[in-house]
Design a protein around this ligand. Structure first.
Ligand code: FRU
Length: 792
């Protein structure tokens, strides 16, 4: 009896619940509500947006207008709608990389939805890192995205291939663990004949600009530049916002990316990701790099020629990882893999200015619910890759396309990638498209062999710095940290370290004291320091020797100084020790010559690029004027390991190279800023070239050395000499005497350095760069300057 009663109650409950579901199904909830969805115009992502709109309408009574927009327009239109006066979209299906730009305009996900159990089913890498911004949930992932590798099992497991590979490379053929192995394997298979008698290439990757090229590059750099002890540092230094794309890790990634081109199918420079997929499923390549979509396609029984032979691997890693904090390569015992969430997937958000937020969120949750998304991830062409735990668990759902084994392997690699503690996030920053655009443009000559990775990346890095400055460095830094999930303030010395101290210890490491310019620099610095009785000044001379200078800085660190001033002889060898000081919490002021990274408090010096340009304009004028200038030129370089030499070179050529009549006679040769070196270089040039019209020297002492060589050859009257520095006792006097035609003031930074360091340790922030003024000095003003300086 009892059981009958309970059975009755049970049936009643079921009936009631069915009734209530029907009420929803009749569409009462959003009757009369219309929402507008802005989405990309492809079948990928856009297709599911339409399909789920149809079912959502039936279920809720609401109406959905799906507007499909070309990718290159999408950001602009969505931004205009959410930030402008005329709101248009209720649902934004957008790249997760745009979140930083959109964030201020997005509504927060309603709490009830965040509490829904379908939420916990989203993999935490997406849920906690890509759906939130600064701790708030503002988006829902509707597509998982990461790069991984694909390979041909038939080729890799062939016993002849295996023994030939072992013989040639000394280890076993198998899914590559490192980028070096990946390269070996790509090389090995290139030129072989496939089972169909057609040639095979080692691998296929996208190289076309705006054809997803950038993600191949980022995926490589990920392994080299995501050091476990310095998380979030792939693109920018998360403490200083210094650009990283020209660090040695990125350099290596760029060189290897360009190098792999020779092992890819002909025409790969034009390959977008669609071509990559086609090449792989047609059996033209032994490996491929791609998002998850290629897995679907390669297993397609109709379209794929390699269906039964597809294997998967995590993005390769590296045994050496660049540590951007210590500024050095470090060995990893095991290959370090940092699977890269390329693009980061599509997410859906609701703008604050939507009038139908409730309906909009409901549509999103419907789009991405476990059932609908499972259908999408297993269906080729939806563009949707797995991101829910249930997608990975329900292997049977995948067997319409994949074999069971293949599905398990495919999902295994994706799950392992996103679950890795070193999974690396893509850039999500205002200006993201500007940054990537610059980089793609810069890379182009690398693939055609017209440019060197180092030069190209350095130029791109300089442009990235400008973008960062334009968007606001500190603001970008805060956003970058948030985007990488870093909490707390950046780790760098704070102002005010010496507040309350009786004595302020300042260590000054000078590069050399051989030139009068350095002596003046030291004199001014000491004189300024002497004005403050609390300053205890330690001065060390590197004696033109980077090793000595490195030891000098180490001595300062050990002495626990309150600030370090350094004018580094060369950038690369001195960067690690300065980073060490900075990491130890000591404010560092870099003077005149810059370092290779941004781990210091402030740079003080002249604008060498601008000085180079000024010299260039002067040279053009001397040689006949804009558009008609003509003449033969000798350039005498300063120390090639120092930044002023390169900037003076670049600035000068920016101007002079526009004149087809000006010819540079000599190849670059390091003059190390010294008069006697310049003398030798000029003797050589005079011997080789009968007609020299102008000498451009990176400093005055070398201009003078070149002049002396010309005097000895009896040719000084026919040649104009331009120098840089313009200190009264040297350059200005030489100009006044008619030895140099002109020089450009390169102000000594000593006194300013003391003032800036003192300000900072006493508690006031200082700007990242403090630029000293310059001035052109020629016969028009040299005498005046000498008179003012009290020099005859
Ligand atoms: C002195 C010097 C100057 C030059 C500067 C560049 O050592 O060579 O003549 O302008 O260094 O860093």
């Amino acid at each position: 009896m009892r059981s009958t009663l309970s059975a009755l109650c049970h049936s009643l409950l079921i009936l009631l619940s069915l009734l209530s579901q029907t009420a929803v199904a009749e569409g009462k909830r959003f009757d009369g509500v219309e929402i507008v969805v802005g989405v990309i115009d492809g079948t990928a992502i856009g297709g599911p947006a339409e399909a789920h709109a149809v079912s959502w309408q039936k279920r809720t009574g609401g109406r959905v207008r799906v507007e499909r927009i070309p990718y290159l327009e999408l950001f602009k239109q969505q931004m205009a709608s959410i930030a402008g006066d005329s709101p248009h979209f209720d649902v934004l299906l957008h790249a997760s990389g745009w979140t930083a730009d959109f964030f201020p305009y997005l509504s927060e996900l309603p709490e009830a939805l965040a509490n829904d159990e379908s939420f916990d089913d989203i993999h935490s890498t997406y849920r906690d890192r890509l759906m939130t911004w600064d701790g708030t949930w503002i988006a829902v992932t509707v597509d998982g995205d990461l790069f991984s590798g694909y390979y041909r099992k038939d080729l890799f497991q062939d016993s002849n291939n295996q023994s030939a590979f072992r013989e040639r490379y000394g280890y076993d053929l198998g899914p590559p663990d490192t980028w070096l192995e990946y390269r070996d394997m790509a090389e090995f298979f290139t030129g072989m004949e496939g089972p169909d008698g057609m040639p095979i290439y080692g691998t296929t990757e996208a190289f076309a600009r705006s054809g997803q090229q950038i993600w191949n590059f980022y995926s490589r750099a990920s392994a080299y530049t995501n050091h476990p002890k310095f998380p979030g540092a792939q693109f920018f230094d998360p403490d200083t916002m210094g650009v990283q794309i020209d660090n040695p890790g990125w350099l290596r990634a760029a060189e290897e990316y360009a190098d792999i081109l020779q092992f890819t199918p002909p025409g790969s420079l034009e390959y977008g990701i669609i071509d990559v997929r086609e090449a792989f499923i047609q059996g033209r390549a032994a490996m491929a790099l791609d998002w998850g979509d290629i897995g679907q396609m390669a297993n397609d029984p109709v379209k794929s020629k390699v269906r039964d032979n597809v294997g998967y691997f995590l993005l390769p890693g590296s045994r050496e990882v660049w540590n951007g904090r210590e500024w050095q390569w470090e060995e990893a015992g095991m290959p370090h893999k940092a699977p890269f969430l390329a693009f980061g997937g599509w997410v859906a958000s609701v703008p604050k200015n939507s009038r139908n937020q409730e309906a909009a969120w409901d549509y999103i949750m419907w789009y991405a619910n476990p059932e609908n998304s499972l259908h999408d991830v297993v269906t080729p062409g939806t563009g949707i890759n797995p991101y829910r735990l249930s997608h990975f668990a329900q292997i049977d759902a995948w067997t319409e396309v994949f074999s069971r084994t293949s599905a398990a392997e495919y999902l295994g690699v994706i799950q392992q990638s996103i679950s890795s503690p070193y999974v690396a996030l893509d850039m999500r920053l205002p200006g993201q498209s500007q940054y990537t655009g610059v980089l793609e443009r810069a890379l182009a000559p690398l693939f055609t062999g017209e440019g060197k990775a180092k030069d190209l990346l350095e130029a791109a890095a300089a442009e990235w710095e400008v973008i960062t400055d334009n968007l606001g460095r500190e603001r970008q830094l805060a956003i970058y940290r948030a985007s990488m999930g870093l909490t707390g303030p950046p780790a760098r010395p704070r102002p005010g370290g010496a507040i309350g101290k009786q004595r302020i210890k300042i260590g000054f490491s000078q590069a050399t004291t051989t030139e009068p310019w350095r002596l003046l620099f030291n004199k001014e610095l000491r004189r300024e320091a002497a004005k403050y009785p609390e300053i205890e000044l330690l001065v060390r001379d590197g004696q033109d020797w980077v090793e000595k200078q490195r030891d000098d800085v180490k001595e300062f660190i050990a002495a626990g100084v309150d600030a370090i001033l350094i004018s580094p002889k060369e950038a690369a060898p001195l960067t690690p020790v300065v980073s060490e000081a900075f990491n130890a919490g000591i404010p560092v002021f870099v003077l005149d010559r810059d370092l290779s990274n941004s781990r210091y408090t402030q740079f003080i010096g002249g604008d060498n690029l601008e000085i180079g340009r000024a010299a260039g304009r002067y040279a053009v004028k001397l040689l006949g004027g804009d558009g008609v200038a003509s003449g033969n030129l000798v350039e005498i370089w300063g120390g090639m390991g120092s930044t002023p030499a390169w900037e003076r070179h670049r600035g000068f050529h920016e101007i002079v190279d526009q004149e087809s009549g000006i010819r540079l006679l000599t190849p670059p040769r390091d003059g190390d800023w010294k008069q006697d070196n310049a003398y030798e270089i000029m003797v050589d040039a005079l011997e080789k070239h009968k007609n020299i019209d102008l000498v451009y020297s990176h400093n005055d002492p070398m201009a003078y050395g070149a002049y002396l060589a010309a005097v000895d050859a009896g040719r000084e009257k026919k040649i104009s000499f331009l120098g840089i520095d313009g200190i009264p006792a040297e350059g200005v006097r030489w100009v006044a005497k008619g030895i140099l035609t002109a020089t450009f003031l390169y102000k000594t930074p000593g006194d300013e350095a003391i003032r800036q360091a003192l300000r900072f340790v006493k508690g006031s922030p200082v700007p990242r760069r403090f630029t000293l003024p310059t001035e052109t000095i020629d016969s028009s003003n040299a005498a005046d300057i000498l008179q003012r300086a009290g020099i005859q």
